[in-house]
Design a protein around this ligand. Structure first.
Ligand SMILES: Cc1cc2nc3c(=O)[nH]c(=O)nc-3n(C[C@H](O)[C@H](O)[C@H](O)COP(=O)(O)OP(=O)(O)OC[C@H]3O[C@@H](n4cnc5c(N)ncnc54)[C@H](O)[C@@H]3O)c2cc1C
Length: 424
């Protein structure tokens, strides 16, 4: 590919940037994708130990782009979600909320799962594999954007290597720690939750049966997410696996992470409970400081923000990446429409259409996850009573349960074509 002007320069090849480059390239936009990290390292087991809950509608986009074939075999369907409050002893309250995937499409004989749990390394590998075959996308890594020039007519990135990349539009998919947003003078609401997510894999004796569990402990939510079975290994509790996102106050998390394996396992097992038989943490422990960032604007002159660069949220509802997927679907549709009409894809009115489309959905999820975390991450007695009653009430009202299930599946609002499983 010659280095003439690109339609789109995507900065950051994380889950959002690589998906955006693929979707844009597949829609016929000449795209360049840049990351400071060598792309191969993104898929190594040591790079990212997280799993992602891919919502039902995000899966449709992956399928439309031909990526799901490489993911399906390593994706575990989420059939049910069970939410309960719990005290310091990890014991779940008898008041709970249970979502069943059959409620979203009650008339269907073959109801779809609410989503799938996939290891991030497999998601990254599937995206990069597909990108390598996409003739419209050039991959530039490792390299780093050191300067961005943008005006009404053009944009140009200067890389650390000295290479210059002219483009009609720059997309920052730099994640929550990127610099382009601030350099563009775009403010943000942001704060730290003073919490850390400890991420690990647990083996347990009994199968999870596709049930994702969220227990609200005083330090924060403790999520048990169903994974595909792993190989049985000598001395392990069993082949059934779950991915854990264990939120704690940051100072306590630091001390927990320093514990030796038997003491850590005991602390872990106390919170996990015994509903799946004996349980054992396996492999490395990971930690992620938790905070919120929501950009005041998603666009500037020839610049768009997507994914965590626009909105980084608490993982309490497993929706952060799903918001990014919807950003990407909307952005690529808007850009493809402009290109088909022979319009400038970096023009302000094109970008504004994207910003308008995404603002309400993102804002609702930012606010909901923030509120949920504040409401549940404490041990205040009256609040515990109220939230227990709240969970039990929603549990008794089918229409309310259906409302939440459809939101978790991403089935509400004005859905872009890719999210409906169609090509833009
Ligand atoms: C514990 C945890 C669990 C989660 N679970 C879920 C879940 O179940 N479901 C869900 O939907 N979401 C989940 N999320 C959220 C999800 O992980 C994020 O939304 C997503 O990974 C963000 O991806 P990104 O590509 O926007 O950013 P990042 O992953 O941060 O990637 C940014 C990339 O940009 C590169 N970069 C930055 N600046 C430059 C530069 N100047 N030049 C070149 N390269 C640059 C970086 O090297 C990096 O590779 C979870 C998050 C956490 C913390």
């Amino acid at each position: 590919m010659s280095s003439d002007r690109f339609d789109l320069a995507v900065v950051g090849a994380g889950l959002n940037g690589s998906l955006l480059a693929l979707a844009a390239g597949s829609a016929g936009l000449r795209t360049v994708l840049i990351d400071r990290v060598p792309l191969r390292s993104l898929t190594e087991a040591g790079f990212d130990g997280r799993t992602t809950a891919i919502a039902y509608t995000s899966q449709r986009l992956f399928a439309a782009l031909g990526v799901w074939d490489d993911i399906a075999g390593v994706a575990e369907p989420i059939r049910d979600i069970r939410i309960s409050d719990a005290g310091h002893d990890g014991r779940a309250s008898p008041l709970f909320l249970h979502f069943d995937h059959r409620e979203a499409t009650p008339d269907s004989r073959d109801p779809a799962p609410m989503g799938w749990i996939v290891e991030n390394r497999f998601l990254r590998a599937a995206l990069l594999k597909r990108l390598a075959d996409c003739s419209q996308v050039e991959l530039v890594a490792p390299d780093e954007v050191v300067e961005t020039a943008r005006d009404l007519d053009r944009a140009e990135l200067t890389l650390k290597s000295g290479r210059r990349l002219p483009a009609r539009l720059v997309a920052s998919a730099e994640g929550r720690f990127g610099s382009m947003r601030e350099d563009a003078g775009i403010g943000a609401r942001k704060w730290s939750y003073g919490q850390t997510a400890i991420v690990l894999v647990a083996h347990h004796e009994r199968p999870h049966r596709g049930v994702a569990q969220e227990k609200f402990l005083p330090g924060g939510p403790f999520a048990i997410l169903p994974m595909t079975d792993g190989p049985v290994r000598e001395g392990m509790a069993g082949e059934h696996r779950s991915s854990i996102v264990w939120t704690e106050r940051a100072d306590l998390a630091r001390r927990l992470l320093e514990l030796d394996p038997p003491r850590f396992a005991a602390e872990f097992a106390r919170r996990f409970g015994d509903h799946l038989g004996p349980v054992e943490p396996v492999g490395p422990r990971w930690s992620h400081p938790l905070g919120l960032v929501h950009a005041d604007r998603y666009v500037d002159t020839r610049l768009v923000l997507v994914g965590d660069a626009a909105h980084g949220i608490h993982p309490i509802a497993g929706q952060g990446y799903n918001l990014g997927v919807r950003d990407i679907a909307a952005l690529v549709e808007v850009l493809a429409d402009a290109k088909h009409l022979g319009l400038d894809i970096g023009a302000a009115d094109t970008l504004e259409r994207y910003a308008q489309w995404r603002r309400a959905d993102n804002f609702a999820m930012v606010a909901a996850t923030d509120l949920l975390n504040r409401l549940f991450s404490n041990d205040i007695k009256p609040l515990r009573l109220v939230r227990g009653l709240g969970l039990a009430t929603v549990n008794r009202v089918p229409a309310l349960r259906r409302f939440f299930v459809r939101h978790a599946m991403g089935m509400v609002g004005d859905l872009p074509k890719l999210i409906r499983g169609e090509r833009p």
